[in-house]
Write a protein that binds this ligand. Structure first.
Ligand SMILES: N[C@@H](CCC(=O)N[C@@H](CS)C(=O)NCC(=O)O)C(=O)O
Length: 229
């Protein structure tokens, strides 16, 4: 059994969060593509991970769920050649964890609600829920834009776990609610994220799968085909 295995799907935003972290930390894992649409794979996954969510890290047979925990676990136990994603200083670490939570809860969650709605049968669509999710994304964009004034990365001076959460959350969220032009700090941050080598690598790897993304109508052409944006 490989020491470190990541059960993942190349189109999953939370999997991107961990893939970016692995790249920054310089840690190799054995990647196991997970198809939760397959009943047998779903049942096997549920046996390992009671929430049924992905990604799941398996470390020498021990399942480690939840992206923020996975990233902390990787940094503590397997620190590679890369730079740390959670600082040693307790106050600075708390701020990274705060912004990691804010992106997961206030950007990823409403973004996922928009995707989930697109996967429903036409008669079961929830226009009220989708409008609410869009409003939540707009509110989140506003507070993140204010916070980013004068900053390069979202917490502290270096790329952290919070930026790992931010990159896929914003990447997919903007396909449902584009960044409003007045949020110049957020727009510049988005470009910095997309240009970060670890983020760019994960987006490159996911490119062949974008044609299956339910929100692909809102995905900028430059991500489908960077040579012909
Ligand atoms: N809080 C979890 C969220 C993970 C999550 O929502 N994963 C999605 C994929 S992006 C998933 O597993 N969806 C499949 C499902 O809900 O059946 C984490 O941080 O790991």
């Amino acid at each position: 059994m490989a020491a470190l295995a990541l059960h993942y799907h190349p189109l999953s935003s939370y999997c991107h969060k961990v893939l970016i972290a692995l790249d920054v930390l310089g840690i190799e894992v054995d990647r196991r593509l997970l198809d939760l649409g397959d009943p047998a794979e779903r049942a096997a996954h549920l046996a390992l991970c009671p929430t049924g969510k992905m990604p799941l890290l398996v470390d020498s047979g021990r399942p480690v769920p939840e992206t923020s925990i996975i990233i902390e676990h990787l940094q503590r136990r397997h620190a590679g050649v890369g730079h740390p994603l959670i600082p040693d200083d307790p106050e600075a670490a708390l701020d990274v964890r705060l912004w990691d939570r804010l992106f997961d809860l206030y950007v990823m969650t409403p973004m996922q609600a928009c995707t989930a709605d697109l996967l429903r049968p036409a008669g079961d669509r929830d226009a009220y829920g989708v409008n609410l999710a869009r409003e939540r994304l707009s509110s989140a964009y506003a507070f993140i834009d204010r916070h980013l004034q004068g900053r390069t990365w979202v917490s502290g001076d270096v790329f952290s776990m919070a930026d790992c959460a931010a990159a896929p959350a914003l990447f997919f969220a903007v396909t449902y609610v584009p960044l409003p032009p007045q949020h110049v700090n957020l727009a510049a941050y988005f470009e910095r994220l997309m240009a970060h080598p670890s983020v760019a690598r994960v987006v490159d790897e996911a490119r062949p799968w974008f044609k299956f993304y339910p929100g692909r109508a809102g995905l900028s052409r430059r991500f489908f085909d960077p040579a012909n944006p």
